[in-house]
Write a protein of this length. Structure first.
Length: 493
């Protein structure tokens, strides 16, 4: 059965994990003030609730963040003109449509993405997929965002007259991580309740930022030496990859839609989720690019303060921290589910805390040892080698199956079960991911230059190549192995 121990319900005195799992639905309701009882187990239809429009605020709050400002400013630093940077921002953020497509599988299966992908890789293969794509990359993003929030918090601490010594920095990182993990531990109900007011607060704060930045920006900005030829293409494609890394990192979007009723319109899920992420992400990234036309965005937090009213700077810094907490809570939540799907038999709340410990360690390294901006660029561009093919395969499976998933059957990990296949691995999924990632590695130009990128004089085409190869290989091999048909329903008795 599913490798999860449901959290004991706080309203059922002395309830064990097993008792919580069998408690009446009314006692296990998904509410903001309760630690979520479900992990990677199936959500019964009688416990489904909500409307797809609630997804808008969840993804909007998560995309008003400091990292988006950093990435937007980085496009200008790469040598693009303002017009080119804005075009890249829009193009890269269109990948949120793909993230929205993945979210439709949540209500169909009543399960998180970490379980649904058993249909693609099978039980054992999916454990490897979750360990690498689900957990390791999520922890890396958690660390990057935590480091981004911490840099804003350091400045806020210094404005209060407290020197940002190494000891103070460590305490600040731990406090922000604790707030983030509290949301992740309480889980889905709290996220759905909390993110609407967070969205309103962040929208108000960034409206002031937008007014100040747009008023000061050079709207006709062009670099002194405009890029041309292969140099221009390298910057454009590299920029799209940098922006697309955000939406591609959410191969787990079904985690936040799985409580919706099975009959929820797939189109409405895609529309509300994708627009909730696309609109603020385009807006905040664009502010970073606009600011870079008049200030040096190699240090975004300090540079932006030059454009903002003095009284607003503390509010701005608090907004950066709040936005990053919002996105990291989602990341921590999904990383906790990934650990359960790997086979770690702990409660979801405990697995979330384990993720936090790993991310804090990486964050302290990124802040105290390495160059933060270089780390962001390298990690975001390199992860798409895996994330692009992984998301493409998942999306292809949804289309091939016409979004028909048997959530109960997916929880069966037994040998000979409907999702065991041969040795617990589906060759179609494994081959497609290997081919897609392998092709992308040949085309990448980040920490190292692949042979294809070298032949193209530095132009990085890893993202489109990885996606095209992975989706094509999976479509062909899955059909030939008859893997595109709906999974048989396992009798729950």
């Amino acid at each position: 059965m599913a490798s999860t121990l449901p959290d004991p319900h706080p309203d059922i005195p002395g309830a064990s994990g097993a008792q919580a799992q069998t408690a009446p639905p009314s006692d296990r309701a998904d509410r903001a003030g309760r630690v979520e009882a479900h992990g990677i187990d199936h959500i019964p239809e009688e416990e489904r609730h909500g409307r797809p429009r609630e997804l808008f605020a969840v993804w909007a709050a998560a995309n008003v963040n400091y990292l988006s400002l950093v990435v937007g400013g980085a496009l200008i630093l790469m040598g693009l003109s303002l017009a080119q940077a804005l075009a890249v921002i829009v193009a890269g953020n269109l990948f949120w449509l793909l993230t929205g497509l993945l979210a439709v599988s949540g209500p169909a299966a009543g399960a998180p993405s970490e379980v649904i992908t058993r249909a693609i890789y099978r039980v054992r293969g999916n454990r490897v997929n979750n360990a690498v794509v689900g957990w390791m990359i999520s922890v890396c993003y958690f660390a990057l965002n935590l480091a981004a929030a911490a840099t804003a918090a350091f400045a806020l601490v210094e404005r209060c007259g407290i020197p940002a010594t190494t000891g103070v920095k460590i305490v600040v990182v731990l406090v922000i991580a604790a707030l983030t993990l509290t949301i992740g531990v309480y889980g889905h109900g709290l996220i759905m309740k909390l993110y609407f007011p967070i969205t309103l607060a962040l929208t108000a704060a960034f409206a002031v930022v937008a007014y100040s930045v747009v008023r000061s920006a050079d709207l006709s900005y062009a670099p002194a030496e405009p890029l041309t030829g292969t140099g221009l293409w390298a910057a454009l494609l590299g920029g799209v990859t940098l922006i697309a890394a955000g939406p591609l990192s959410y191969t787990t979007s079904a985690d936040f839609s799985r409580y919706l009723p099975r009959t929820t319109s797939p189109a409405s899920i895609v529309g509300w989720m994708a627009s909730g992420a696309f609109l603020p992400s385009v807006g905040v990234c664009s502010l970073g690019a606009l600011a870079a036309t008049v200030v040096d965005m190699t240090d975004p937090q300090t540079a932006l303060q030059k454009l903002l009213p003095g009284w607003f700077t503390p509010v701005f810094l608090l907004a950066l921290v709040l936005g990053t907490i919002a996105i990291n809570a989602l990341t921590a939540y999904s990383a906790g589910l990934a650990l359960q799907a790997v086979g770690l038999r702990v409660r979801r709340s405990i697995s979330v805390l384990f993720d936090g410990a790993a991310a804090v360690s990486l964050t302290l390294y990124a802040l105290l040892v390495s160059n933060f901006l270089d780390t962001v660029n390298d990690v975001l561009q390199l992860t798409v080698v895996l994330l692009g093919p992984s998301m493409a395969i998942y999306a292809t499976d949804i289309l091939l199956r016409r979004n028909r998933y048997d959530g109960l059957a997916l929880t069966d990990e037994s040998r000979g079960g409907p999702f065991w296949f041969t040795g617990g691995v589906n060759p179609a999924g494994a081959l497609a991911l290997t081919a897609g990632s392998g092709s992308a590695v040949l085309c990448v130009n980040t920490l190292y230059t692949g042979p294809v990128a070298h032949a193209l004089h530095g132009v990085d085409i890893a993202l489109p190549v990885g996606i095209a190869v992975a989706s094509s290989v999976y479509a062909l091999t899955a059909r030939s192995l008859h893997q595109a048909s709906p999974a048989p329903r396992k009798d729950p008795s």
